[in-house]
Design a protein around this ligand. Structure first.
Ligand code: HEC
Length: 157
């Protein structure tokens, strides 16, 4: 009888141990699956900043001016680019504040976008709208032009 009681209590202890191990392992399994879920969660694709998201700035205008305008208008914007001697019409001097203040920002926009011909000037001033393909690039170039002439438009036409 005594033997049976010992056997019974041993079984009890074993059952308790087994139960605790099992519940422990399922807890662990739950943790692991939680971790796994976190790892597998789709990471949102890194939002790529394109030119379309960029706001107009003088820094951007500087870059664009160096790239597109200096061959004719010169590195200092004074109209003496390396290509200038080969042109029948002298490229405008963007540092001339009297000349540049007579052009509104809208007029400059149209000139850059559609070329000299748009403002009854020479076709030797090319249209840049298609190459730039972004209004904020043109607006940045206008900031650059205003920085070069250190002037604002006196007229709004
Ligand atoms: C292939 C040479 C060439 C390049 C490159 C060029 N231009 Fe010109 N640009 C000219 C010429 C030539 C004129 C003068 C046109 C005239 O007086 O009839 C001119 C004139 C201008 C004028 C004055 C127009 C007016 O109202 O009288 C502006 C503003 C101008 N360019 C901006 C730019 C900008 C900004 C860039 C760069 C995106 C650029 N140009 C690139 C040749 C060029």
């Amino acid at each position: 009888m005594k033997c049976f009681a010992i056997f019974q209590s041993l079984c009890c202890i074993l059952l308790i141990l087994l139960f605790s191990v099992l519940s422990g392992s399922t807890g662990l399994a739950a943790d692991q699956s939680g971790e796994k879920e976190a790892v597998d969660k789709p990471v949102p694709a890194k939002t790529k900043i394109t030119d379309k998201d960029r706001q107009p700035s003088l820094a951007w205008g500087n870059e664009l001016y160096q790239h597109y305008c200096i061959p004719c208008h010169g590195i200092n914007g004074d109209g003496h680019g390396f290509n200038a001697p080969h042109l029948l019409v002298k490229p405008a001097n963007h540092t001339d504040s009297v000349f540049m203040s007579k052009r509104s920002d809208q007029k400059l926009f149209d000139t850059i976008n559609l070329g000299g011909v748009e403002v009854a000037k020479s076709t030797l001033m090319p249209p840049w709208g298609a190459a730039l393909d972004n209004d904020n690039k043109i607006k940045s170039l206008i900031l650059k032009l205003r920085a070069l002439c250190q002037c604002q438009a006196t007229k709004n036409w």
